[in-house]
Design a protein around this ligand. Structure first.
Ligand code: EPZ
Length: 420
């Protein structure tokens, strides 16, 4: 198992090219199950989660190849309609195959995801939505067993705005008979990218980018290509890396509009930010101001940036409150940040961060993807050496993070070997 060794105190400066978005790639890949043919997804990131989805699709008979950032999927030979527990337990996004398999092949057997590092993450909205489209669904021995001759259009209202449920139901409804309306649909950029990809495949979707989607089902779709949108969470993480080290960094190949909530908070903290349509330069002040945030659905402050913001606030001036309204208990990074000297108190779904802490290096344990990102960020500013253990979590969602950080001046190395 790998760990990172970080020697803190280096001010970051330079340019970083942002990779394609993990959460867009993980939605686009299963969409290719909706029609036989060859698909090319460009600018896809090299990540453990993408490899997990590729392995899952291969078990179904999809040919998956990755070359130079282009993922090619050949889906004419799909013969198995199942997502086994072995795959789903590694990655919840595997549940995205449910809608497409059901819509295209009339059946699917998908393992229930179970909990994740920070608590229960149910899929009831996915199941209720598919039932509304006429599917019969049973839960048996930890599996979702779904059947439908042909799905029927329906009116669906989500009580909670869910990225995954919106994606799954949209992918099911595009081949249903008649029209479907999804109200309170998620509008995260990854969902808009999925909708645009489905339209490129011949789907009829009105309201793309809004929380009311109207989908006119069609009989057949066809293969298509797509450029993967930049990863706004990877970009946000590098912005915080620049801020926490008082540095000056330019991000290339990003869409600043996807990051408005993060950029405005960084400006509130005292950073200077200059954007172009595809790049952004951040210059951090000598002293950051504490800024409260509440993680919420897009275009609010992303929950996937909450842990990174908590680390930043540990070294900012004053007390700030970091609240998460999406995942009420997504705070596994807090005890580890406290090990580095941060002063944080947890109260319900909020972290109260007393800033201006002098962080000092220590051994810390990654528990999940974004928590491990926050530990790396804290290690960049902590005095002395920080060891971030179990970095396989970070490899799920960040492409070559240590190389990108080293290229802008960080002192970070990956050490492989013994159990940590
Ligand atoms: C997506 O997860 C992302 N994952 C997550 O990113 C991200 O944290 C999350 O959206 C929120 O932005 C991918 O895109 C692969 P949701 P998803 O359904 O789809 C509740 C990362 O770090 N809910 O929008 O699973 C749920 O419990 C990952 O890259 C139900 O109650 O999230 C949560 O409180 C982590 N029932 C809220 O809705 C359901 O059926 C939002 O979840 C579905 C969700």
């Amino acid at each position: 198992m790998d760990k990172f060794i970080i020697r803190g105190g280096k001010r970051l400066s330079g340019r970083v090219k942002i990779s394609g978005a993990k959460n867009a790639t993980l939605a686009l890949m299963p969409a290719a199950l909706l029609a036989g043919g060859t698909y090319r997804l460009k600018d896809t990131p090299v990540l453990r989660d993408v490899a997990t989805m590729s392995a899952l699709l291969r078990t179904m008979g999809v040919k998956v190849e990755a070359h130079d950032g282009v993922l090619t999927l050949e889906t004419s030979g799909v013969h198995r309609f199942e997502a086994p527990y072995e795959h789903v337990k590694k990655m919840r996004a595997s549940v995205y195959v449910l809608g497409p398999l059901l819509a295209r092949y009339g059946r699917a057997k998908v393992s229930l995801p179970g909990g994740c590092a920070w608590g229960p993450r149910p899929v009831n909205l996915h199941i209720e939505g598919l039932r509304k489209l006429g599917a019969t669904i049973e839960l048996d021995k930890g599996y979702i067993i779904a059947h439908a001759d042909r799905l029927q259009g329906a009116r669906i209202h989500f009580d909670v705005s869910s990225v995954g449920a919106t994606g799954n139901i949209m992918m099911a409804a595009v081949l249903a008979r008649g029209s479907t309306v999804i109200q309170n649909a998620a509008i995260e950029p990854e969902i808009t990218a999925l909708a645009q990809f489905l339209v490129a495949m011949g789907a009829k979707i009105q309201g793309v980018g809004t929380n009311r989607l109207e989908i006119e089902g069609v009989d057949v779709l066809h293969a298509a290509d797509a450029d993967t949108i930049p990863d706004r969470i990877e970009a946000g993480t590098f912005l915080v890396a620049a801020a926490i080290t008082r540095g000056e960094v330019t991000l290339e190949r990003i869409n600043p509009e996807h990051l408005t909530a993060v950029i405005t908070r960084l400006e509130d903290a005292g950073c200077a930010v200059v954007t172009t349509p595809t790049s952004l330069t951040i210059k951090a002040p000598e002293e950051l101001r504490g800024v409260d945030v509440t993680a919420a659905i897009y275009p609010g402050f992303p929950t996937d940036m909450q842990a990174q913001w908590t680390a930043l606030m540990a070294v900012a001036k004053g007390t700030s409150v970091v609240t998460d309204s999406i995942y009420l208990d997504r705070f596994k990074h807090v005890p580890e940040l406290i090990r580095l000297g941060a002063e944080i108190e947890l109260k319900e779904n909020a972290a109260i961060v007393r800033g201006s802490s002098r962080l000092t290096g220590a051994k810390v344990m990654s528990t999940d993807l974004r928590a491990s990102a926050s530990l790396i960020l804290a290690g960049l500013v902590a005095e002395g050496m920080t060891e971030v253990l179990r970095v396989y979590h970070i490899d799920r969602g960040y492409e070559a993070i240590e190389q990108k950080l080293r290229a802008i001046g960080a002192d970070i190395e990956r050490v492989s070997g013994e159990e940590f």
